[in-house]
Design a protein around this ligand. Structure first.
Ligand code: 26W
Length: 824
């Protein structure tokens, strides 16, 4: 597998066993046999870290020597999941490590299960960042991920009496064996105070910040191991500490209060990840978090550059910052500040450097997700950055007026500061040299609708980068049975070049292969059924159709449409018990933001429907509904592998891309979805006959939104099936103890008195089409040959959706990096 040079120094299983037993001794004062499972995990994890550390050092030595251009992927979120298993499969010496673990009498699955998920992210955007890091390392590109080391990542979800309860997840309780604290790169981040201007002897103005509070930013590095290539990149996450543990100076002056405040600021800043997905909360602490990690990351990147280079004006030749949505947009102001206040560049020089260094990715068009900060808050917290943004805005507005003389509307719509708010997306677009959407349809909507004015003014900045996922985690690691089968058919090239998976297509019609495939799917369904039995206590039949919707809970993702359809099916079965019905298991997994009322009520509804249906013996197990508690990366890996049907049913135009859709496809599930996000491209690759597409198009949705003409009450009046289901929301059918419980959901669909728009997400409008599409699913599944063929074709046509492909496009069009080879 590896080159000759590597084989010489390759690790043996004996060496690895020795490392593990040394760890048992040194860390726990025990022999391996005496360790409990968690300690076994730690002993193995430290041994693995020891294995990668040489490659980690070697990688950075090569980067240094070759003086490579580096991308800094700036993100508030990295939803990494578990590291150990993924690192082991990526290492060239994976077989030796697995052999060693076996010979030690340890079970690798049990060990992997001990690791807490690194859930430093909410959902799509955070997991995308994690996939990108995997691809960057595997492709051999110099890259840093830069983020925040939250003490509490995404909350743990408990279901109690059908309701979601949020429990803090103390993922660092036992330490993180794989991280390295780098005190030598600590730096200072300043908040508040005021800017002072003075003029030097040459008549040049200078700006300094006074009366501020300071925080020490301390980086922790996590290894990102490329697949079989000796490359180890770095995810650098920042923790906050007080600058001096107790500020004696201030204390001496009697300002006890200020000293304690500074210490408290440090304690709170990296305390917790905000659990909002696609919803801006406007909290001051959130802006502090943003500036904290951006200031530390940008300072460090510039310092690293200046260690080796003289001319700060050529920064863009070696450094590019990719801003993952608008959350890191302070990069623009912070870089300007450093260039002008520390390196003494003039405005125009600093602007030229900055605009060559920063690029922006948009991940959503949901208007409630757009980041806007009140200027009084912004200027109080970040006075110098605010001043700089004022000037960027002034110049930007002039350039708009020059281009569109007399068109006041343009300035009103495009200004960076307007209505007393700083609009982060406008700043990101004005300063970024690249603006990209995350699926073709999404980018077109940005260009023609949401960001139309910007696109007209600066069309050259706009480009599309359709998302992708890493096949290493989501097939090789998540679905070992299918991975082995694929490799048996076409070799293992797909692991690093997913376009090869197309070679599977010739097996789609082969009866023997179809049976093998369906057998693997069955085994994976059994694995999930066992997980469900263990965690939910529910029996599900692995021979039933596994119909799965796992993603954040949001109205636009329409979990409600799914559960309303389940309610409809249940009514059908009860009314026509004689009718043939193929058994179906509906699986849900979703976390709701803690303050998102209707989302949390939807979870209760799903669990209430599950309770009634799962306990109704009269339907003979034809229907089962399962809500998987605490959906996260680690159990997602089990879920994707076991799915027959992939529910991707967002209101068209609302889901920027989706990435779960790709994970299902790669694992041979058929998409049941709307023409939204990357579903469009999935269908284009696999063919419409191998998916189930239904519902309004994005054009139709946008047209209704702009011109009106949709009346859900008309559907309620005319469609008896719809009416029956909706009435069950308010007649106590699923809430005998409190018939009013689901009134808000009912109202969200029908009542314009309690919500500004009834059925904003067109659930009733798409309901009939969804029923029909679900009928088509059932018919198709009954024909096992046809289903197996379609499923195999889904796997075979998933090549485009590798994040390796996505990263190659970012590199070619935006980052302009060079591949590096690392030899140990
Ligand atoms: C400020 C609050 C907030 C928090 C998170 C606003 C917006 C976000 C994210 C941008 C939401 C998000 O994760 N978007 C998802 O990004 C994925 C990766 O590109 C896409 O696949 C999903 O369609 C999109 O919803």
């Amino acid at each position: 597998r590896t080159g000759l040079i590597n084989d010489v120094v390759e690790l043996t299983s004996e060496q690895f066993k020795f490392k593990v037993s040394e760890n048992a001794k040194n860390i726990f004062r025990k022999t391996i046999d005496e360790l409990d499972d968690r300690q076994k995990f730690q002993a193995v994890a430290y041994a693995v870290k020891d294995v990668i550390i040489d490659e980690w050092i070697a990688t950075h030595r090569v980067y240094d020597k070759k003086d490579v251009k580096t991308v800094y992927y700036l993100s508030m979120e990295f939803l990494m999941g578990r590291a150990l298993g993924n690192i082991i499969i990526n290492l060239s010496c994976r077989d030796e490590i697995k052999k060693a673990i076996k010979e030690l009498g340890l079970d690798i699955n049990v060990i992997e299960d001990q690791e807490p998920d690194a859930a430093l992210g909410n959902g799509g955007l955070g997991r995308l960042a994690a996939c990108f890091l995997d691809s960057l390392a595997t492709l051999g590109y110099p890259a840093y991920g830069c983020g925040i080391r939250y003490k509490y990542g995404f909350f743990q979800q408990k279901i109690e009496d059908g309701y979601q309860k949020e429990v803090p997840e103390d993922w660092l309780r036992y330490g993180n064996p794989l991280e390295v604290r780098r005190d030598e790169y600590a730096c200072e981040v300043k908040f508040g105070g005021y800017t002072r201007t003075f003029t030097d002897e040459n008549g040049r103005s200078h700006f300094t910040q006074d009366g501020y509070q300071s925080i020490r930013a301390i980086p922790y590095d996590l290894p990102i191991v490329g697949y079989s290539n000796n490359v180890v990149n770095t995810l650098r996450i920042w923790d906050a500490e007080p600058l001096v543990s107790f500020n004696l100076d201030e204390f001496d002056k009697g300002d006890y209060h200020a000293a304690v405040e500074q210490e408290n600021l440090a304690k709170t800043i990296t305390e917790v990840l905000y659990p909002n997905d696609n919803h801006m909360s406007g909290k001051e602490l959130r802006l502090k978090q943003q500036y904290f990690f951006i200031s530390a990351s940008v300072q460090t990147a510039v310092k690293k550059y200046m260690d080796k280079h003289k001319d700060i004006k050529k920064l863009h030749e070696k450094v590019v910052f990719q801003m993952n949505d608008t959350h890191p947009t302070l990069t623009v102001a912070e870089l300007m500040r450093i260039l002008m206040d520390v390196y003494m560049l003039e405005w125009d020089e600093a602007w030229e450097v900055t605009t060559k260094c920063v690029a922006y990715t948009n991940h959503t068009i949901m208007s409630e997700a757009l980041e806007k900060w009140p200027i009084e808050l912004f200027s109080r917290l970040l006075p110098r950055c605010y001043q700089i943004i004022e000037e960027i805005n002034r110049r930007f507005c002039i350039s708009i007026e020059e281009k569109y003389p007399g068109d006041r509307g343009k300035v009103e719509r495009m200004a960076i500061i307007y209505d007393g708010q700083v609009k982060m997306a406008h700043l990101a677009i004005a300063a970024g040299f690249s603006v990209n959407g995350v699926a073709r349809l999404h980018t077109e909507i940005l260009k023609n609708q949401e960001l139309k004015d910007f696109y007209e003014m600066m069309p050259e900045k706009f480009n599309n980068k359709t998302n992708g996922i890493t096949q290493r985690r989501f097939l090789l690691h998540a679905n070992p049975l299918l991975a082995e089968w694929v490799t048996g058919k076409i070799g293992d090239e797909w692991i690093t070049n997913l376009s090869h998976i197309k070679e599977l297509e010739v097996y789609a019609d082969d009866r023997k292969c179809q049976k093998e495939f369906m057998n693997i799917k069955y085994k994976n369904k059994k694995r999930l059924a066992e997980y469900i039995k263990k965690h939910n206590g529910i029996d599900v039949d692995p021979r039933s159709i596994f119909d799965v919707q796992v993603k954040r809970l949001h109205e636009y993702k329409r979990q409600l449409l799914n559960i309303l359809h389940v309610m409809y099916l249940y009514n059908e079965i009860k009314e026509h018990p004689e009718k043939e019905f193929y058994p179906r298991t509906f699986v849900f997994g979703a976390k709701a933001a803690a303050g998102y009322k209707i989302a949390k009520l939807t979870i209760k509804l799903i669990n209430s429907v599950a309770d009634v249906i799962n306990n109704d013996a009269s339907i003979e197990g034809k229907l089962k509904v399962v809500f998987i508690e605490d959906y996260k990366v680690s159990n997602a890996e089990i879920i994707f592998a076991a799915a027959d049907v992939s529910e991707q049913i967002s209101t068209a135009s609302k889901e920027a891309s989706g990435t779960g859709n790709m994970k299902f496809m790669l694992n041979g599930a058929l998409t049941l979805g709307t023409m939204d996000g990357a579903n469009v491209e999935i269908v284009e690759e696999v063919g419409e006959e191998n998916a189930f597409i239904f519902g309004l198009s994005s054009d139709e949705v946008i047209n209704y939104e702009q011109n009106g003409g949709y009346d859900p009450m008309k559907i309620f009046n005319e469609d008896m099936d719809v009416r029956k289901v909706l009435m069950q929301l308010i007649n106590g059918f699923y809430a005998p103890d409190d018939p009013e419980r689901f009134r808000d959901i009912y109202n969200s669909l029908l009542n314009t008195k309690s919500t500004d728009v009834a059925d904003r997400y067109f659930i009733l409008k798409d309901f009939r089409a969804y029923i029909e599409a679900q009928k088509a699913v059932e018919e198709a599944y009954k024909d096992e040959k046809r289903w197996a063929k379609s499923a195999i074709l889904n796997v075979a046509n998933a090549g485009k959706f590798s994040s390796d492909r996505t990263i190659e496009e970012y590199v070619k069009d935006i980052w302009k990096l060079k591949k590096v080879k690392v030899e140990v």
